[in-house]
Design a binder for this molecule. Structure first.
Ligand code: FAD
Ligand code: FES
Length: 277
């Protein structure tokens, strides 16, 4: 069950003008969070913005004995709420609701996991990488951004034994081109008998492209959608997308906050999703 707490900011680590990692004291949320789940944060103490904003749980924070003490979020500044979260100082208290949403299901060996992240879409993968490492599943991260300076926190994945494949649109780090360039090459090279599951998070067109690649190569693919959300609890319908049922039947309106944000990519009617990026 999600809890609603008044969480103190432990630290706010600035990564660049647009990105920061915000650590919040929330032992109750940290203790039950599963990979790919999210929290709803009230970004200001006042009326503006009124609604909470959704953020993936980036890291589960632990004390020296390993006990969960809080969560961090990987914040990208795009508007009013995320700008407030980029500036917030240690000691400030923020209303925090979570953990919410359907988590990723990590695959077991001999299957491998390929995580595919575009930009801020890196956020749900640290917790997934931890879950994969704990079950001994080989994991690869395909991580793409526009340029080298926009690739962050790769060391967290290195420390978990994840193979990291970087790409940048301007060629300043890793493979030149979009993240689909190295992903497509890797899919081509992989023998069909070796099971692999894709986990994708990023801009909607990027997730759509990855879903098409996975489909063309007959690989399982989960996506984590980032629709605008008003409540995170199923009450406001601001987050609906068209999705087919598990039986691949007729599409229907599905609330991404409670049925997702993680979906089997084949269920999504991509053409009906408004791209925010
Ligand atoms: C499940 C989930 C997990 C998310 N995880 C993260 C995360 O880990 N880190 C992070 O930085 N962001 C994450 N987001 C996106 C984040 O919630 C939005 O960027 C945020 O709500 C924008 O609030 P704002 O007040 O700053 O912007 P607003 O003032 O509300 O909007 C400013 C601009 O951003 C656009 N925008 C609003 N919502 C989104 C969105 N969901 N995606 C893309 N553009 C949007 C608007 O269309 C507008 O152009 C997540 C979203 C969801 C649904
Ligand atoms: S965010 Fe309100 S119903 Fe999904």
């Amino acid at each position: 069950m999600p809890v609603d707490i008044d969480a103190a900011v432990i630290a706010n680590r600035r990564l660049s003008a647009d990105y920061n990692v915000l650590s919040l004291a929330a032992p109750e949320i940290a203790a039950t969070a599963r990979p790919g789940q999210f929290v709803m944060i009230k970004t200001s103490g006042g009326q503006d913005p009124l609604l909470r904003r959704p953020f993936s749980i980036f890291e589960v924070l632990r004390d020296d004995s390993g006990a969960p003490i809080g969560v961090s979020i990987f914040n990208k500044r795009v508007g009013a709420g995320t700008t407030l979260l980029s500036r917030v100082e240690a000691g400030t208290r923020l209303a925090l609701l979570g953990p919410l949403g359907r988590p990723f299901e990590p695959v077991d060996p001999p299957a491998e996991a390929w995580m595919v992240a575009g930009g801020v879409g890196l956020a749900p993968f640290v917790t997934l990488a931890e879950a994969l490492a704990s079950r001994g599943t080989r994991a690869t991260l395909f991580y793409g951004a526009r340029r080298a300076e926009e690739l962050y926190c790769v060391e967290l994945f290195d420390a978990l034994g994840v193979s990291v494949v970087l790409s940048t649109e301007d060629g300043s780090a890793g493979v030149r081109g979009r993240v689909t360039v190295p992903l497509s090459a890797a899919l081509e090279q992989r023998p069909l008998g070796n099971p692999v599951k894709l986990y994708v998070c990023g801009p909607t067109p990027m997730m759509h492209a990855c879903a098409q690649l996975a489909n063309a190569h007959g690989r399982a693919c989960d996506v984590s959608l980032e629709q605008v959300m008003g409540c995170g609890l199923g009450g406001c319908y601001s987050c609906v997308v068209q999705a087919r049922g598990a039986d691949a039947g007729k599409p229907h309106h599905t609330r991404t906050c409670i049925d997702g944000p993680v979906f089997d990519a084949r269920r999504i009617v991509w053409e009906t999703i408004a791209a925010h990026h």
